[in-house]
Design a binder for this molecule. Structure first.
Ligand code: ADP
Ligand code: MG
Length: 608
């Protein structure tokens, strides 16, 4: 038997890809690392641009100090950092980064384009790297600062690309990371643009203003200031007044030396301070900053630095607890002064709206809609505006038979309703259904029609005719952002009537016990995520109740979209269901579901 040696060194790019797994797990991890680098570079303006939830692009542009040509090249080497020199520095850390791994990791698993320039340099540097290899390097004209674009994450590691979650889920992680960095640095301007739309626009301001910018105006005048200083450590920040506590762990942020950290231990200290003031099963808002000598902690216990170790965690616990207690006690005797919100910030509500399915469908349908609705068009066909007589125009086959003898005496303009059941329906542009009638034809918009059908079905469900739940054989769990979890808890009772059975299961997590029968196996999670997304787009609309928003979100979300090919049977079913609705002629939002075209009018147009 021949024995050969079998151990060999991995090539650099493979070693880098493996190491990258620790630091870059998803687009959100790159967001965190790139934002932190921009903060470390001293920028006071940082823009984050993402496409496809970061899967195709994550780009961070800063106006920080930039890099020299040599540094720009060095930055992508593993263990290359300007932030520490020796092991002692580890305990003097004032920067967000120090491990020198982020850029090397990103370059190992994506295509990277770097542009950078220092104030003092004549020209800047452009570098293109892919799979850890430099593809291109050349001087460029650039403003002071750095732009790093990470494209096609995991393009060379398909197995990991397949592990990425839905865009909604990945986007949530991105927003979470963005929020954590932006919250800690209110004197830096931050923006986040997703698929060309500005989602966050955070002007520089006070810490309090930043909290309201991010968590919403509902916290305005509902924050209690926490501020204590000792020789050992300082704490500053805000906790929400007890009445803002929510039923799920929502807006809770803890920072140590400006770094967002997770600590069940310190969370417990804060919860304890609130204990007598809020119901047992609710969670207060907090955003607290603990500052202490870096020598008193070890931030190098976790690759993404979200967990840290305190030299003496009992002291920190006691201090945090008493600081919060103290603040709450003061608040209950002396009401805090409400602060004036910068008018610049007020307008921010409006910027957080990505494109909705609704907006999309209205743009796609609008050109056709206009062609048919402009009066001066030759082919304009007057639409029966109140459509009171649509029943005359369309009747279901069964009722048709009974009334067949009485229909011939309609007024000349009314369309006759004799149903031609042999006539197949026609789908146009995978969007419209043409239904021929003796008196002309009806053009049905498939999504609008289905929205109306679902809306009425759901309305009946919450009014006491619950939709049956199909129990999941293998219940799956769904994890949400703190904000979304709060929202879902509010919706649970109504969702139950609509066939969704969900149980809270620990921090921001729910078990999906069952869904309505028409939600396919394996799509339960996505369906719930989409409903939440849709619900949020309605959430600024004050004229609707919570329930009404939910019904509208679900009808929009679950409706058949344009682009779906329908069979004869499906078209017949859809059209019949539509005309069985109480208000068949519009969507819940008032868009038309169908239009009628009179044969008589068409004959006239053609001189007949
Ligand atoms: P670390 O942040 O741990 O040092 P990184 O891999 O994130 O490691 O970055 C490597 C180095 O590249 C940094 O130490 C810094 O010198 C430089 N660098 C990275 N991003 C920027 C930036 N946006 N502006 C200026 N320098 C940067
Ligand atoms: Mg870094």
């Amino acid at each position: 038997m021949i024995l050969t040696d079998i151990i060999h060194l991995l090539p650099d790019n493979i070693a880098n890809q493996i190491a990258a797994g620790e630091v870059i797990q998803r687009p959100g991890s790159a967001v965190k690392e790139l934002l932190e680098n921009a903060v470390d570079a001293g920028a006071d303006e940082i823009k984050l641009i993402i496409n496809d939830a970061g899967k195709s692009l994550v780009q961070v542009i800063d106006n920080g100090r930039g890099m020299s040509e040599t540094d720009a090249r060095m930055a992508f080497e593993r263990h290359a950092t300007s932030k520490i020199k020796n092991i002692d520095d580890l305990f003097r850390i004032k920067t967000m980064g120090f491990r020198g791994e982020a850029l090397a990791s990103i370059a190992a698993v994506a295509q990277v384009e770097l542009k950078t320039k220092r104030e003092e340099d004549q020209s800047g540097t452009y570098i293109e790297i892919e799979n850890s290899k430099v593809k291109k390097q050349e001087p460029i004209a650039f403003n002071r600062g750095t732009s790093i674009a990470m494209k096609n994450l995991f393009f060379n590691v398909p197995a990991r690309r397949n592990f990425l979650k839905s865009n909604t889920a990945e986007l949530r992680h991105i927003v979470e990371e963005f929020t954590r960095v932006a919250m800690a640095f209110p004197d830096i301007f931050f923006s986040l643009q997703s698929n060309g739309q500005e989602v966050f626009h955070l002007e520089k301001g006070s810490f309090k203003q930043r909290i309201v910018q991010i968590l919403g105006n509902s916290y305005n005048a509902k924050l209690v200031s926490v501020e204590e200083q000792t020789d050992y450590l300082n704490i500053m920040g805000f906790v929400g007044k007890p009445e803002t506590a929510k039923k799920t762990r929502g807006d809770q942020y803890l920072f140590v030396n400006n770094r967002f950290i997770k600590s069940a231990y310190l969370n417990h200290a804060i919860m304890n301070a609130f204990s007598a003031m809020i119901p047992k099963d609710s969670f207060p808002m907090y955003a607290l900053f603990i500052d202490l000598d870096p020598a008193q902690l070890d931030i190098n216990v976790h690759p993404t630095k979200q967990e840290i170790k305190f030299e003496d965690d009992k002291i920190v616990y006691a201090f945090v607890q008493s600081a919060v207690k103290h603040a709450l006690a003061q608040f209950s005797i002396t009401p805090t002064l409400d602060f004036e919100l910068d008018p610049n910030i007020q307008r921010l509500d409006a910027v957080s709206k990505p494109i909705t399915a609704e907006q999309k469908s209205s743009t796609t349908s609008s050109s056709l809609f206009q062609t048919f609705s402009q009066k001066n068009q030759a082919h304009f066909v007057e639409r029966n505006s109140d459509l009171k007589h649509w029943k005359d125009f369309y009747e279901s086959p069964s009722s048709q038979h009974q009334e067949a003898g009485t229909t011939s005496t309609q007024s000349p303009t009314a369309l006759h309703k004799s149903y031609e059941s042999e006539q197949p329906m026609l789908q146009l542009h995978q969007t419209y259904i043409v239904v021929q009638r003796e008196g002309g034809f009806i053009l049905v918009h498939q999504q609008n029609a289905h929205e109306r059908i679902l809306y009425e079905r759901y309305t009946h469900a919450v009014a006491g005719k619950p939709i049956a739940t199909q129990q999941s054989l293998f219940p799956v769990t769904i994890e949400l952002s703190p904000a979304d979890a709060v929202l879902l808890v509010e919706l649970l009772p109504d969702m139950k009537e609509l066939g969704y059975q969900l149980e809270p299961f620990g921090q921001n997590t729910f078990v999906i016990q069952g869904t309505p029968a028409d939600v396919g196996n394996g799509t339960e999670k996505g369906s719930i995520e989409k409903i939440i997304e849709q619900y949020k787009h309605f959430s600024n609309d004050l004229k609707y109740s919570k329930r009404e928003k939910l019904l509208r979100s679900m009808s929009l979300q679950n409706s058949i979209k344009a682009g779906i090919v329908l069979t004869q049977k499906e078209m017949q079913g859809l059209v019949n269901d539509l005309f069985a609705c109480e208000t068949a002629n519009t969507t819940p939002n008032g868009k038309p579901t169908f239009m009628t075209f009179q044969k008589e009018e068409m004959d006239k147009m053609f001189g007949r």
